[in-house]
Design a protein around this ligand. Structure first.
Ligand code: HPA
Length: 269
């Protein structure tokens, strides 16, 4: 809490924007920030205690500004457990955004399809998740100033936001999948057997982010909406390999659809 407060203090000193919506952008999905009428940018390296991004396709800054009449802050670049960050580091920015005053958190990510009806380029609203992403970020002593010891997880992704997003997509004839996201550590993509297992466990998509951030947000009572771009289909029969480049390209191709939905959602939150 002390570190969160120090980070918040620094940000408040350097930014005049009071965002009500926080946005975390996934791999290959960072150009959403172009939609923002940018008023301020703060590099992660300048914020006390903030981790610094290392992954290709992530830049590493907070972008403040206005979008569709709302004040927003976007994280261009997020922190993954596979990079070697602790879970405390992975969720640190989420806590900082909450204490900066955001009231809603929007998340995007790139994910592999484990539902064999999905196609590369599909968008999937996350309606629930299964955590296979060690460790739970709330392990250890609980600080009640963040939230309760045993948070309820019956609605980690707010139904009201999901309904709004579905209406937005339907009005524009954008096909949307809805499903369960399984969070894994990575950094390996899954074996054929693992994709099959994840599907039989009830997963529609699999990815290496999001779950820990969502747990931290729910702990603090912060409403979340999250959406995946399906960048590869793990559960397929033919010979295939999955590369990071392919994931980034598929994310980029699907980005305009996702951008539209997030933008319109921001207008009606
Ligand atoms: N598996 C895990 N994470 C991913 C994948 C995948 O197939 N695609 C994009 N992120």
């Amino acid at each position: 809490m002390k570190k969160v407060k120090e980070a918040v203090k620094y940000i408040k000193k350097h930014s005049k924007v009071h965002p009500t919506i926080g946005i975390i952008l996934g791999s290959g999905l960072g150009s959403f920030t172009k939609e923002i009428k940018i008023e301020q940018e703060i590099l992660y390296i300048d914020i006390p205690h903030f981790p610094v991004s290392t992954v290709k396709g992530h830049s590493g800054k907070l972008v403040f500004g206005e979008l569709n009449g709302k004040k927003v802050v976007a994280m261009a670049g997020r922190f993954h457990f596979y990079e070697g960050y602790t879970t405390a580091e992975v969720i640190f920015p989420v806590r900082v955004l909450k204490f900066l005053g955001i009231e809603t958190l929007l998340i995007s990510n790139a994910a592999g399809g484990t539902n064999n009806t999905f196609k590369v380029g599909d968008l999937m609203i996350i309606k629930d998740h299964i955590s296979m992403l060690t460790h739970n970020p709330l392990l250890g002593k609980n600080d009640e100033k963040f939230g309760p010891r045993f948070p309820d997880m019956s609605e980690p992704y707010k139904k009201i936001l999901i309904d709004k997003a579905k209406n937005i997509a339907a009005a524009k004839n954008i096909d949307l999948q809805e499903g369960v996201y399984i969070g894994v550590t990575g950094p390996t993509f899954e074996t054929r057997a693992e994709y099959k297992m994840l599907n039989s466990l009830g997963g529609d998509a699999v990815g290496m982010s999001t779950v820990q951030e969502v747990i931290a947000a729910v702990h603090m009572g912060l409403p979340v909406f999250a959406i995946s771009v399906i960048t590869d289909i793990g559960i397929r029969q033919e010979e295939n390999i999955i590369t990071h480049e392919e994931v980034l390209q598929a994310a980029k191709d699907a980005e305009p659809k996702m951008t539209y939905i997030l933008k319109e959602l921001i207008a009606v939150i």
